[in-house]
Design a protein around this ligand. Structure first.
Ligand SMILES: NC(=O)c1ccc[n+]([C@@H]2O[C@H](COP(=O)([O-])OP(=O)(O)OC[C@H]3O[C@@H](n4cnc5c(N)ncnc54)[C@H](OP(=O)(O)O)[C@@H]3O)[C@@H](O)[C@H]2O)c1
Length: 263
């Protein structure tokens, strides 16, 4: 990677995202851009990270990631190259909700936003290679039903919708890795750690790890720790773990097409 790099981190006003942004900002030659939906929180988070790291190149951009239109706007006002994209923002609302665009909110935020951010921002990634996309997923994953991605047929349950979304994040990492390998862009997924947060509390969990522990594997991946040839894989605690979901190439492709259809 070049000396001066730029990183974009979603969900950086949350527990793990802030620690990821702080970890990336530890190199004060790096510009770190937080994507947030709450301006006050974003301002406070940027100030905290600047104070703690001494990196004045930390800033934020506003976007409601559950909306495709907001992601398109965000990308259209972006300037300059992007070297690292960390998709991390996610939610676990107890009741079924819909985005302003009428899409079930976990699917819109946890899955479509990851898909759309990669689509929108990889064109900014240098053709010289070495750029990294990190999709923060989870070991807590499964139950994906392609014919009911938005829980219209099934009764909504935030745990089931969450597990489905994290399975999808892992599968989309493989799909994008295959599509972007020729551009030298690496796309990997990981489990961060078990951290106390709004998201985990909504699922009835606490979390025994610190945000910094949760950020360790995502930051390590973002900085190329897995090696230049590592792409399309799933990691836990800095170790590659075989992902059965991603081996199902037919479902990977059908999921990619389903996301594409949302535009
Ligand atoms: N915590 C765990 O134990 C755990 C375990 C496994 C995986 N993970 C994964 O780690 C990631 C981070 O989770 P966390 O525990 O740190 O969650 P968190 O503290 O609840 O943070 C979630 C972040 O996402 C943002 N966000 C939600 N909806 C958004 C939207 N529509 N537009 C823009 N931003 C939005 C939130 O913004 P606001 O601050 O405005 O709400 C917040 O910054 C998630 O991908 C999660 O699946 C977490």
């Amino acid at each position: 990677m070049p000396n001066r790099t730029c990183a974009l981190v979603t969900g950086a006003t949350g527990a793990i995202g802030e620690a990821i942004a702080r970890g990336l900002a530890a190199d004060d030659t790096r510009e770190v851009v937080l994507v947030a939906r709450n301006r006050d929180k974003a301002q406070r988070t940027v100030q905290r990270i600047q104070r703690e790291t001494g990196n004045v190149r930390v800033r934020f951009e506003m976007a409601d990631l559950s909306r495709g239109g907001a992601i398109r706007d965000l990308a259209s006002r972006w300037q300059g190259p992007l070297h690292i994209l960390v998709n991390n923002a996610a939610i676990t609302p107890p009741r079924r909700e819909q985005s302003a665009e009428g899409v079930e909110l976990q699917f819109a935020t946890n899955v479509l936003a990851y898909f759309r951010m990669i689509r929108a921002f990889t064109p900014y990634m240098p053709a010289t290679g070495g750029a990294q996309v990190v999709n923060v997923a989870s070991y807590w994953a499964g139950g994906l039903e392609l014919d009911d991605l938005e829980f219209r047929r099934r009764r909504y349950n935030n745990d089931a919708a969450y597990r489905q979304s994290k399975q999808a994040d892992r599968m989309l990492s493989t799909a994008f890795a295959q599509r972007l390998v020729d551009k030298g862009i690496r796309v990997n997924a990981c489990h961060p750690g078990d951290v106390n947060s709004n998201l985990s509390n909504n699922l009835g969990f606490g979390g025994h790890q610190s945000p910094e522990e949760g950020a360790d594997t995502p930051v390590w991946l973002a900085l190329g720790g897995a090696g230049v040839n590592a792409t399309g894989h799933y990691f836990e605690k800095r170790r590659m773990v075989p992902c059965g979901f991603s081996k199902d190439q037919d479902t990977v492709e059908r999921l990619f097409e389903a996301c594409e259809a949302f535009g």
